[in-house]
Write a protein that binds this ligand. Structure first.
Ligand code: 6PG
Length: 225
């Protein structure tokens, strides 16, 4: 795990957007398609706005959500809605978004489609102050299953501390990426990061499964505001 600290969020987001651009361009030139996994929440919004105006072959980029709330994409709390509103605009309008949740969908078919995707080119994760990431919450009964090294790619979870049922990629599927960025802002989250680095049991702070993973290429991108 490498930790990169920036003096402010603007500098961080500019650097991260530039790294994502290079990663996606290289993936498209080498393999004809790029796979980018993004998270919801407030943190990525400014990054999405920068990426949306970034010139790259977006028509060859497949965007996948790390997790989703079980609400319609028009719902204010939908991650698909957030990505459509802030990322799939301007240059990035041409990108393809793979939704994780539709009313009445067949979860097994959706899981199979996520499992069938190749190695991701980049995963962008956020972190909650309880040490959750994606929808891998310490308070959900399904967490151990989602953390299992042989877990299926996609899980329906019911975090006790968050509204709505959620769909989340498993730890195993999220780790199947060339690089994982952990995007965190604020001094409180910097303290949570230190706790997570010291916490070896991912059932207590699930984000530690990524931070303390021996082989994964994890880059923490931190700024105080
Ligand atoms: C979600 C995200 C979640 C998020 C953290 C941090 O669906 O909410 O995937 O894991 O990254 O909760 O959220 P903030 O960026 O809003 O602090």
């Amino acid at each position: 795990m490498q930790l990169y600290s920036f003096s402010d969020a603007e500098l961080l987001n500019g650097d991260l957007a530039s790294q994502i651009k290079n990663i996606l361009c290289e993936a498209v030139s080498l393999r004809g398609i790029a796979y980018l996994v993004v998270s919801g929440g407030k943190t990525p919004i400014a990054l999405f706005k920068i990426l949306s105006k970034t010139c790259l072959p977006w028509e060859k980029v497949q965007i996948i959500l790390a997790d989703e709330r079980c609400v319609s994409s028009e719902h204010k709390d939908s991650n698909a809605g957030l990505v459509k509103e802030y990322l799939l605009q301007h240059e990035a309008q041409k990108a393809h978004l793979m939704s994780l949740y539709e009313e009445g969908m067949n979860l097994s078919l959706k899981e199979a489609s996520i499992a069938a995707l190749p190695l991701f080119d980049a995963v962008i994760l956020g972190m909650g102050e309880d040490g959750h990431t994606a929808s891998l919450f310490p308070c959900s009964d399904e967490l151990e299953t989602c953390l299992d090294d042989e877990a299926k790619a996609l899980h329906l979870v019911q975090p006790k501390s968050a509204p709505y049922q959620r769909i989340t990629l498993s730890k195993k599927r999220l780790l199947e990426s060339r690089i994982i960025f952990l995007h965190i802002l604020g001094k409180k989250k910097r303290m949570v990061l230190s706790q997570a680095l010291a916490q070896k049991d991912p059932r207590v702070m699930p984000v530690s499964a990524f931070l303390n993973h021996q082989e994964a290429n994890v880059q923490v991108m931190y700024a105080p505001d």
